[in-house]
Design a protein around this ligand. Structure first.
Ligand code: ADP
Ligand code: MG
Length: 495
């Protein structure tokens, strides 16, 4: 961090911008005592494209969120109750990925905490990402520990205040009657009490305790003093999918048992139908208020990108068609702002790498291909083995020039592959399901064709680049063992 850097909201001061970096290195290169062979000279000679690339990363929280004021205002209208010491309704936020749910919720919680400090009303927001923290134990333990930490800090502050007070009374600058205590003895007893309470608080280990005990610890930590706490559970659908709805059940009925504090829950879900899997009581409690985040259209994405680009890029680093094209591509991708920002950043990086002076349309198209390929690689890499075998069968058929691959052909090759690597052989019906799943993931394209009185079959083709996909599959240690592939393709002609 450079100490003389004036902190500005849009330039995180802990990250030197690319430009400052470039200037520093140039100084060094000009220094006669350095003997470089010019490895970096070429790379530095181009005009810098980025002024502050961090602004395009997902971790950056923008201080303005265009086209989300309706959702943000609705959240604020509900949560303002917390500042009046009342319990806000629980909120359920829905929307596809990249529609600004996390960014908006974090923005609102920062505002809420800021205002609560300003007016000195006890209100806290705790954020949990349930994709990372995905079991009831871990959610409760993490919350318990956050509240324990806060309570300890609170006790610390109280003890300091009491020490100051004691000193003032002893010096005679404060009259004993002006304190909440009858005498110093009572003050000392309060100090001892607080110290004992502080010592009792121990952090919950991340595994090992019975869940009841973790819950109790969490409950006590929340109820330690009067306040409203807002618990924000992001990616809540992942938690329910992985661990069921017990956590939500427990959290949503806490208020009737708390003496001092009140809890309100904000659940954020990418899956619009996830409440179908909830216990009806949880569903009605959690969904007291619902806020929908619709996908952005291309015009809205343009605004969002323009806003960020102004800070992220050197002026005139983008040709006029770059932002509209990024917006158009991302609008097709269900209006995903994350995708739009990724495209813009990647296009900039590609331009930088090719030492272009400006980012233009071609860089955006390359970026689109690169991101799409990265996505495919990731999806294929994480497929279950059975799906990989099915996909590999399709690839083998296509590579051997088989047109309009059908389910039966895939199944024959698949069976041989399973035998070769000692995997269980699924039924043809299950394989058909796996093909449908691959279709939904966008890896293959399967259309149903009628064969007249012979019934119906599927015609399957790959929707992803063959070579790259095959390479990803063969990187799997089980599939990598398949050495002689050709004989399997012959199997197509069997039966
Ligand atoms: P979600 O949680 O819905 O998947 P995020 O809130 O993480 O989406 O948003 C994805 C990315 O797009 C983040 O980098 C976020 O800062 C940005 N973003 C989303 N909506 C807006 C907006 N209205 N204005 C500016 N940036 C936005
Ligand atoms: Mg999110």
């Amino acid at each position: 961090m450079t100490a003389n850097d004036s902190p500005s909201e849009n330039h995180p001061t802990d990250q030197p911008s690319d430009r400052e970096f470039a200037v520093d290195v140039e100084d060094v290169l000009e220094d006669e005592t350095t003997s470089s062979q010019g490895l970096f000279d070429d790379l530095l000679s181009g005009e810098p494209i980025f002024e502050n690339k961090e602004v395009l990363r997902p971790s950056y929280t923008p201080d303005e969120l265009p086209h989300r004021s309706e959702q943000i205002n609705k959240m604020a209208t509900i949560l303002v109750a917390a500042l009046r010491g009342e319990t806000p309704s629980n909120i359920l936020i829905y929307g596809k990925t990249g529609t600004g749910k996390t960014a908006s919720a974090k923005f609102v919680s920062q505002e809420l905490e800021g205002t609560s400090r300003k007016y000195d009303v006890p209100c806290e927001v705790e954020y949990i990402n349930c994709e990372v923290t995905d079991t009831q134990y871990r959610v409760l333990a993490q919350l318990a520990n956050k509240f324990i930490e806060q309570n300890e800090a609170h006790i610390e502050r109280r003890l300091e205040d009491l020490a100051d007070l004691r000193e003032a009374v002893e010096e005679g600058s404060t009259a004993p009657e002006a304190t909440p205590f009858t005498d110093l003895g009572e003050l000392d007893r309060r100090v001892e009490e607080l110290e004992a309470e502080g010592e009792e608080m121990e952090p919950v280990p991340m595994t090992g305790w019975p869940t009841d005990r973790v819950y109790q610890e969490f409950f006590d930590a929340v109820d330690y003093r009067e306040r409203v706490v807002v618990i924000m559970l992001d990616e809540i659908d992942k938690l329910v999918e992985k661990s069921g709805d017990d956590t939500l059940y427990n959290l949503s009925r806490m208020n009737s048992e708390l003496d001092n504090s009140r809890v309100s829950i904000i659940g954020i879900s990418n899956d619009l139908k996830f409440t179908d899997f909830l216990d009806p009581r949880v569903k009605s409690s959690l969904g007291e208020e619902e806020i929908v985040f619709p996908p952005y259209d291309a015009n809205q994405l343009r605004d969002i990108l323009q806003h960020r680009a102004d800070i992220a890029f050197e002026s005139a680093a983008l040709t006029d068609d770059v932002i509209p094209l990024c917006a158009a591509f991302a609008a097709q991708e269900h209006g995903d702002a994350r995708r739009a920002l990724d495209l813009l950043r990647t296009a900039g990086e590609l331009a930088e790498r090719s030492q272009a002076e400006r980012v233009d349309e071609s860089h955006v198209r390359q970026a689109q291909d690169k991101i799409e390929l990265d996505r495919v690689v990731e999806v294929v890499r994480t497929l279950p083995t059975q799906s990989k075998l099915v996909l590999f069968s399709i690839i083998l058929l296509e590579k051997n020039g088989v047109q309009n691959v059908n389910t039966g052909e895939v199944f024959n090759i698949y069976k041989r592959l399973c035998e070769e690597i000692d995997a269980d052989v699924l039924t043809q019906r299950r394989v058909t399901d796996l093909i449908s799943e691959l279709d939904m993931l966008g890896i293959v394209n399967a259309i149903v064709v009628s064969k007249g009185r012979y019934g119906r079959t599927k015609e399957i083709s790959l929707s992803v680049p063959t070579e790259e996909t095959e390479a990803v599959l063969l990187a799997d240690s089980r599939l990598g063992d398949i050495e002689e592939i050709q004989p399997f393709v012959q199997a197509r002609f069997d039966n």
